[in-house]
Ligand binder design. Structure first.
Ligand code: NDP
Length: 342
């Protein structure tokens, strides 16, 4: 079997040399374990954080260790009564062609219910993140205005579509005219702004003001940087900001080194939170999986009926995972980034 290891830690944006494809022995399942051949693996922004040796909510991947991640595939050997060869399952197999996990760490998938790739995006961790973050911390109310960036990705598109269903005005922010058109035409957003079309936070703010004539009640934070700086002065009193991610800063070690135009320094951001009584909630989805069945029950039928739509961007071949990952971090993906292995 093959897997990809972290060859070295990145200094800024990851480069190809930070990854290494290795041939390793095929694992054999022990009692209670299952061997799976991976068909599709997920690439997610959180994996960038795992590449740094910094204190965080999860331990870093050790140099020389396999890159972590979720994947879906087919059981080829089982020493558990819960799975038999031919079954499909989701598990944290990492960036690898095969993996062995205890049966109780696998989620069985029914391919008759839809494409198994959905377990990596719309019905998996990212879709669940959007649903939980919006409902638990965004607390949407009909008639309000919500803004979300990375609008066509699996988190942003879930947030925007659910907010539309709840009767909100939804404004997306995405990279490029094509993604903005998708946000409006495929996902039903009311408007979408191309963050690349504005040089400064001030310019983006002027456009946002037009798109959000009643101000912003919920800013679902995925990106930080220029977008955050543009948004803050437009927040309405008692607004909510679920902090889900801040991808524009991931390659800067989370320090905000690319927030260059200085329009919203930290004191100004704090002042906005104070004087507008904002609720700002960070959350890490791995702490909330007790609510995953509730999400599946509520959103599964919406996906089946086409009320919640999704896009997938499928790269081919394990060896191309690093390039697809690096590209995703800067917006090269359109929809959930997946790698097809077989
Ligand atoms: P996406 O598939 O949306 O991919 C990331 C997107 O981020 C890119 O496509 C790009 O979209 C956007 N982006 C990258 N750089 C910038 C930038 N400088 N400014 C603005 N946008 C940028 O990812 P996901 O939907 O999987 O994740 C979205 C966010 O949610 C991430 O921040 C991620 O870390 C976070 N997350 C947090 C979780 C939690 O537990 N808190 C769990 C899962 C995800 P575009 O080209 O449109 O700008």
């Amino acid at each position: 079997m093959q897997h990809i290891v972290l060859a070295s830690r990145p200094d800024g944006a990851p480069v190809a040399e930070n990854f290494r494809l290795e041939q390793v022995a095929m694992p054999t399942p022990a009692d209670g374990e299952v061997l799976v051949k991976v068909h599709y693996m997920s690439l997610d922004p959180y994996m960038r954080g795992r590449m740094d040796d910094a204190k965080s909510y999860a331990a870093p991947v050790p140099v020389g260790g396999p890159m972590e991640g979720g994947a879906v595939g087919q059981v080829i050997a089982s020493k558990s009564s819960a799975f038999e060869p031919g079954d499909f399952a989701f598990g944290m197999f990492g960036w690898a062609s095969h993996g062995v996990l205890p049966a109780n760490q696998l989620q069985k998938l029914d391919p008759k219910m839809g494409p198994i790739t959905a377990a990596l995006g719309v019905m998996g961790m990212p879709g669940f993140t959007g649903w939980h973050g919006l409902n638990a911390y965004g607390r949407p109310k009909a008639g309000e205005t919500l803004v979300v960036a990375a609008a066509t990705g699996p988190v942003g598109s879930m947030v925007g579509q659910l907010a539309k269903h709840a009767g909100l005005r939804v404004v997306g922010i995405a990279g490029g005219a094509e993604k903005c058109a998708l946000a409006v035409e495929t996902f039903g957003f009311d408007a979408c702004l191309d963050h690349r079309a504005y040089d400064t936070a001030r310019d983006l703010r002027v456009a946002l003001k037009d798109a959000c004539p009643d101000g912003i009640d919920i800013y679902f934070e995925n990106v930080g940087g220029k977008v955050l700086e543009a948004i803050m002065p437009l927040m309405n009193p008692f607004g909510r900001i679920p902090i889900c991610g801040m991808i524009s800063w991931y390659n800067a070690g989370g320090l905000g080194a690319d927030a260059t135009d200085g329009v919203m320094p930290a004191p100004a951001i704090w002042r906005n939170i104070l004087v507008k009584y904002l609720s700002v909630n960070g959350f890490i989805i791995s702490n909330h999986f007790d609510r995953y069945p509730e999400f599946l029950k509520e959103v599964g039928p919406m996906v089946a009926k086409g009320e919640v739509r999704f896009l997938e961007d499928i790269a081919e071949g394990l060896e191309n995972a690093p390039a697809a990952f690096m590209s995703m971090l800067t917006g090269g993906n359109t929809g959930k980034q997946i790698v097809k292995l077989v």
